[in-house]
Structure formats: C-alpha cells, structure tokens
Design a protein around this ligand. Structure first.
Ligand code: RET
Length: 268
C-alpha cells in the first residue's frame, strides 16, 4: 500500500491539476455572471442570485486550496510524481467543510424561485439545513477511514457513509417536493426550465456519494492513481453542475418569471 500510494504518472498528475484549475476558473466566471444578472429579475427572486454569489466565493477559495494541496503533496522525480517527504497529504477534507456552507445555501436558494413563502419557507429552511449539514458531517467523519488511508477502517467508513445516505434521502424527498410545488405555479418556458432542475439535481448530487465510494475500487484491484484521478474528475463535474449549472437555471427561471409578471426590458 505504501508504494502504490506514493506514485502518480505525469498524465494523472496533470489531469488532476488541470481539472481543479478548471473548477475554480468556472466558479470565478460564474461569480461575475450571478452578480451581473441579479437585477434581471424582480427583487422577490434576487435572493437566489445572492446565495449563488455566496456559494461561488466559498467554492472558488476551496477549489484553489484543493489545487495547492495537490501540487504541494507531490514532487516530480524525473520520471513520475511521488509523495513529497514531510509534506501534508492530499486531502478531500476541505471539500466537506466547504459543502457545509454550500449545501444549505443551494437547497435554500430555490425556495425564492419556487415562490415558497412565509412559515412554509422557514420550515423548509430548517429541514434542509438540518439534514444537509448532518449528511455532510457524518460523511466527513466517514472519509477519514476510507480504504487506502493510514487509518483505514472499512466498517466505520461504510457505517458513517450509510448514516449520511439516510440524511441524503431525506434531502431528495424534500427537494422533489419543492420542485414539483414550484413548477405547478409556473407556465411556459419558466416551467420547462424549472422542471428540468430535478433531473439535473438527482444526477449531480448522486455523483458525490459515488466519489466517496471511489477508494473502494482500490480494494478491487484498481491503482491508487486511477482511484484518485477519477475521484477528482467526478467531484469537479459534480461541483460545476450542482452549483453553476443549477444556479444558472434558477436565474433563467427567475428572469422568465419576472418578464411574465410584467417586468419591462428597460427595468432590467
Ligand atoms: C457523502 C458521504 C457518503 C454518503 C453521501 C454523501 C453525500 C454527499 C452529497 C454532497 C453534495 C454536495 C454538494 C456540494 C456543493 O457545493 C457526504 C459524500 C450520500 C450529496 C452539492
């Protein structure tokens, strides 16, 4: 395990480096998009854009940290990349802590576009934050024991992963309800775009538990390199879809709703 864990080919190293850079560059570009398009919708929808801005700033900083953690963990030995003596190990731990901020924000921002208001909104905000945060915290504990780490413990890794999945299922039930309720109040283009958020959500959010499982492939004979490279690629695809594409779809829906509700071009 020691040896297998300490080397990565030039291609593998570069793919991770490039994909992490793509990740934070996308967040930076999207940050500008959400700031610049906020006023294209009526004030009652603008909280969705504001929360996207919060998510972008936190993800931008985290993915940058993640890239630095990657480049500092390995050194080129003229042939391949090996773990640098005395360096901090590369870790996904920062990601989990970033999700602690982003997950509640992403879940809550949709409530404004779905036009869920008053005490119903407060109740969803509480439930989303509760289950979202517990899903992340239990998964964070579990990832310390993933196969291939120094203190690997497959049982603990699986048990915490399953507890986290129970909270995840609760989140999925709630978000399905919110999207159905929201789209039932809409018509035309806004309804189509808003309804399409459900499949996007289901696919992109399931990628995270799949990435959590990636280290298990090592016990099935895949190399450390294949595992870690595929894990980082999956995380980046998931991050771009669950934060940026999702946020853009909410913005587009809000803009269309605002037009239908009589917001003139000149007001935008
Ligand atoms: C964990 C642990 C294993 C089981 C499950 C998980 C789910 C994670 C999810 C994360 C979503 C993160 C998002 C971040 C955006 O910034 C914690 C990996 C079910 C669904 C959307």
């Amino acid at each position: 395990m020691e040896n297998a864990m300490s080397s990565i080919s030039v291609e593998g190293f570069e793919i991770v480096n490039h994909i992490l850079t793509l990740g934070y560059a996308t967040m930076a570009a999207a940050l500008l998009f959400f700031i610049l398009t906020r006023k294209d919708s009526l004030p009652k929808y603008q909280m969705s854009s504001i929360l996207s801005v919060v998510v972008m700033v936190s993800a931008l900083l985290l993915l940058y940290t993640q890239k630095i953690s990657w480049t500092e963990a390995y050194a080129f030995d003229g042939n391949e990349y090996t773990v640098r003596e005395g360096a901090d190990l590369f870790t996904n731990g920062y990601r989990y802590l970033n999700w602690l901020i982003d997950v509640p924000m992403l879940l809550i921002q949709i409530l404004w576009v779905a036009q869920i208001t008053g005490s119903q909104r407060t109740s969803y905000m509480f439930k989303f934050s509760f289950s979202g945060c517990l899903m992340i915290l239990t998964g964070y504990i579990g990832q310390f024991y993933e196969p291939g780490r120094i203190n690997e413990d497959v049982t603990l890794w699986a048990v915490w992963g399953l507890i986290s999945t129970a909270f995840f299922l609760h989140v999925l039930v709630l978000i399905t309800r919110v999207i159905k309720e929201g789209s039932s109040k809409m018509s035309g283009g806004a309804k189509s775009v808003f309804s399409a958020i459900l499949p996007l959500f289901l696919i992109s959010w399931w990628l995270y538990p799949i990435a959590y499982l990636a280290p298990y492939f090592m016990t099935m004979g895949y190399s450390y390199e294949t595992t870690i490279v595929s894990q980082q690629v999956i995380y980046t695809i998931a991050d771009i879809s669950s934060k940026v594409v999702y946020g853009v779809m909410l913005t587009v829906t809000a803009t269309m709703l605002s037009k239908q509700e009589g917001m003139a071009e000149s007001q935008a």
